[in-house]
Design a protein around this ligand. Structure first.
Ligand code: G6P
Length: 483
């Protein structure tokens, strides 16, 4: 990773000329400064970055995004085979556009109102302003006729803004999170503006067909456009059809080959064995890996596990739950409350059931490099993905990819997009704690032949449908779009 000084040396203003441009809220790197003031770049957390970094490294394109540090403007620079174009955000931009509209209005609204979304006009104003900033930065680097791929809910207005200034571009948009049912989307005061923003794209991609269907229904209802199958007849201000856009499902995936390779690495395997022994060699290691987010059902999972200990179905020493909860959006109110609640519950369970030698829940509020994550997947017998709502959930797919040994059982929420593909997981409704407890016990007791059978089928799915295939099929579909 280059240092900030390296970046400053290689600096020059963006000159355009890139014919493949990814636009995302985050750059695939974060700028971090240590206590002594030394700056460096770290790979950013999150599924989006994991999914797109290998694609971009091959494509020699440009990536427009925020570098993660407020109140700092950086010039564009080259890194890892791509041009990185930082979009600066002030501390106030972060508060109003990122923590506010993106993560306290859209995020809860699009995740089925698990917590109440807040609607503030000042947030919306700043959301528009920052989307314009991203659109302008993109227009400045994209070559004539370039393909631009806009990512996720933070940037839903960018497609329309870009089309207005650069009608020569081919524009794709991919929504990584769910698109809510009309009855929920209806609450958004700026619902028409958001739909119009998205329809600046030639192709609007979603994780699940149900997300695409929700979107199409909203377009029909709130814009009155004609929708035929996946095709939308976009109209001008006078109601005349001007072009066709499409909405399609393109479920995202992971770099399966990279995970499988890591899982075969003797050092990683040794680390997996070491983790089990550090946990006191329990018979069963259960694992949860999430950003610390209220959509992930972490509380439901811990509650189910705590009840299984209380019921005497599981015992400390025999079973341990490892919960990795990586820090996320730490200044947003509901995230602060969630952290407090999770840590209180974990403390109560451990206080009740821990012994001198073993713990009930090993809770880790950290993020880890991918090598350590693969070692953890290998160390685990049962993976618990209990999201209350999740666009896809790449952790479920990583767990499957890591188990080239066909060991392990996945308990998977039916409300995660991954459930559409991983039909051989133990599918659960995480709100149903009794069902969840039943599924955990079924996973713990599942005979090796049965878990291997399920794992083999799911691995075939994940290996055949990796992130390269996701980006290829999306981009092929985009290229085939008639303007
Ligand atoms: C989800 C979103 C991404 C986001 C990531 C991390 O996966 O779909 O757009 O980057 O979470 O969240 P953060 O707020 O830290 O970018």
């Amino acid at each position: 990773m280059p240092t900030a000084q390296d970046a400053a040396r290689s600096t020059s203003a963006p000159t355009g000329g890139y014919d493949f441009v990814v636009v995302a809220n985050r750059l695939p790197v974060d700028r971090v400064t240590d206590a002594d003031g030394n700056a460096s770049w770290n790979r950013s957390p999150g599924g989006l970055v994991t999914a797109l970094a290998p694609v971009m490294a091959r494509a020699e394109g440009a990536w427009v995004g925020w570098h993660g540090a407020p109140d700092e403007s950086l010039e564009a620079f080259d890194d890892g085979g791509m041009r990185l174009v930082p979009v600066g955000l002030s501390a106030e931009d972060v508060e109003l556009y990122y923590e506010g509209f993106s993560n306290s209005t859209l995020w809860p609204l699009y995740h089925d109102v698990i917590v109440a979304p807040e609607f503030h006009r000042t947030w919306w104003d700043r959301y528009q302003e920052i989307n314009r900033r991203f659109a302008e930065a993109t227009a400045a680097v994209a070559d004539h006729g370039a393909t631009v791929w806009v990512q996720d809910y933070q940037l839903q207005l960018v497609p329309q803004m870009l089309r207005a200034s650069r009608p020569d571009l081919k524009i794709g948009f991919f929504n990584h999170i769910p698109f809510p049912p009309l009855e929920i989307f209806a609450q958004l005061p700026w619902r028409r503006r958001v739909l119009l923003g998205l329809l600046g794209a030639d192709l609007v991609g979603f994780q699940r067909q149900s997300d695409a269907n929700n979107f199409l229904r909203c377009v029909r209802r709130y814009l009155g456009y004609t929708v035929k199958a996946q095709h939308i007849h976009v109209q001008d201000d006078d109601g005349q059809p001007i072009r066709t856009a499409r909405a399609e499902a393109h479920p995202i995936s992971i770099d399966s080959a990279q995970i499988t390779e890591l899982a075969r690495d003797p050092e990683v395997r040794a680390r997996a064995a070491e983790i089990r022994s550090e946990l006191g060699d329990p018979e069963t290691v259960l694992l949860g890996v999430d950003r610390l987010d209220y959509t992930k059902g972490i509380r439901h999972r811990i509650k189910a596990f705590g009840e299984l200990l209380a019921d005497g179905d599981l015992h400390v020493g025999q079973a341990t739950l490892v919960q990795v909860a990586s820090p996320s959006r730490e200044r947003v109110e509901h995230y602060i409350a969630l952290r407090e609640e999770v840590e209180r519950t974990v403390g109560a369970i451990n206080g009740e059931y821990d012994t001198m030698s073993h713990t009930a829940v090993r809770y880790l509020h950290h993020s880890y490099p991918i090598r350590e994550m693969v070692a953890l997947y290998l160390a685990a017998d049962v993976m618990l993905v209990t999201a209350l709502r999740d666009g896809m959930n790449l952790v479920a797919k990583e767990f499957i990819a890591a188990h080239a040994d066909n060991r392990g059982v996945l308990v998977l929420s039916e409300f995660a997009g991954a459930a559409d593909q991983l039909r051989h997981a133990l599918l659960v409704n995480p709100h149903d704690i009794d069902q969840l407890k039943g599924a955990i016990m079924e996973a713990v007791r599942m005979p090796g032949t049965e878990s291997a059978r399920r794992m083999r089928i799911m691995r075939r799915q994940i290996v055949a449908n990796d992130v390269n295939r996701w980006s290829r099929t999306f981009l092929e579909s985009l290229e085939g779009t008639k303007a």
